[in-house]
Design a protein around this ligand. Sequence first.
Ligand SMILES: Cc1cc2nc3c(=O)[nH]c(=O)nc-3n(C[C@H](O)[C@H](O)[C@H](O)COP(=O)(O)OP(=O)(O)OC[C@H]3O[C@@H](n4cnc5c(N)ncnc54)[C@H](O)[C@@H]3O)c2cc1C
Length: 377
Amino acid sequence: MSIDFLTGLRAEARAYADLLRPAALDRDREPGRARDPVLPWRRFAGLPAEYNPDPLRVQGRTALLQSCVEQVVVYEELARADATAVLALPGPSMSGSVIGDLADETQRRRYWEVVAGEGAWTFFGMTEPTAGSEPAGMHTALHPDGDGFRLAGTKRYIGNGARARIGVVFARRHAGPLGVVAVLVGTDKPGFTAVPLPTTGLRGLELSELRLDDVPIDAGDLLGRGRSATRQGMWAATRTFHRYRPVVSCLALGVAQAAYDLVAAARPAVRSRLDDWRQRLAGTRALVLAAARSADHDPSDGTLASAAKLRATRLAEDLTTDAVRLLGPGACWEYPLLDKLVRDARGFEFMEGTGNIQRLTLARGHLQGRLSDVRAA
Ligand SMILES: Cc1cc2nc3c(=O)[nH]c(=O)nc-3n(C[C@H](O)[C@H](O)[C@H](O)COP(=O)(O)OP(=O)(O)OC[C@H]3O[C@@H](n4cnc5c(N)ncnc54)[C@H](O)[C@@H]3O)c2cc1C
């Protein structure tokens, strides 16, 4: 993808970001408002061509936003206006990646008809209250029941869970890492309940708890049927993390850029600090783009994705904290947007794995020779 095309794409996204900015604080105060469609969401959700009659067009070309590279360019610009508005878009988000890797034709059609046809939200259900996102401790289980199964357990901190129509739940079918499978679940099933959780940052995402009380699952809802055990649930989950860590990184970068914009407008005299920030923003942007290219090329390698997530998360935390110091006592009252940016920035540390988990992936990648130079992180 040429730099020229990506520059055009960024300019196009910036124009749409202007639509998001005015109501960013309203969406933060009332997370339910993030459901109101401000953007023509189908242009931004990453729908497949056959389900997207009206995609973004840039320089005479269609931009479906199915590639990670297109996503990081566009979502950073939107996040500069409001990161939660991006996370709260209807559409496939992380579950679409699992569908792409594991679904058969019938499952694919069912999923996309709901998502694209009705403008539905989706969810990706991995994390649990007592086991976190570590699959080894996963309690949610898929029990055989006649011709099908029953799904039982609890998932917590699931983005868009309470507003979703369909999504993917990871559950244990057997002991061991290869015993985790992915299941396609409609939220209208008996025994399925989703409740929004109170949060301080990224509030428009409506983090939720999913309660799965013996939800009946048809055999046809099991994703990756007929594949080898090494190409099922955890395989698809890992590839999804590798694809979406650059996306989380670009959202953190958008928040960092918004903090920069605010200080540059309010305190233009702090020139050397702004110069330093500009360099860090540019360096991180280059790393996020490299991670996105790597994810598009080979989603089984998450080394650069972890490097980008580590660095972008740290940048968002540093810049928002520094902005509060520079703008002085009462900054968060005087600049309500800064108060939101500080809270939103902290959410990225946890999404798709904390800094320590990224460091472990990065170290493993380095030891395996996947990166000749990891100094960027
Ligand atoms: C805004 C937001 C959106 C989210 N969306 C979703 C979603 O849609 N779906 C979903 O399933 N989950 C979601 N989550 C949950 C998120 O993925 C997990 O909270 C995250 O992966 C961290 O996992 P954990 O809670 O298990 O913490 P842990 O990984 O257990 O970490 C707890 C602490 O222990 C440290 N630690 C853990 N292991 C090691 C180790 N081996 N070595 C050193 N230190 C270690 C960590 O760094 C951290 O400080 C979301 C969370 C947030 C905040």
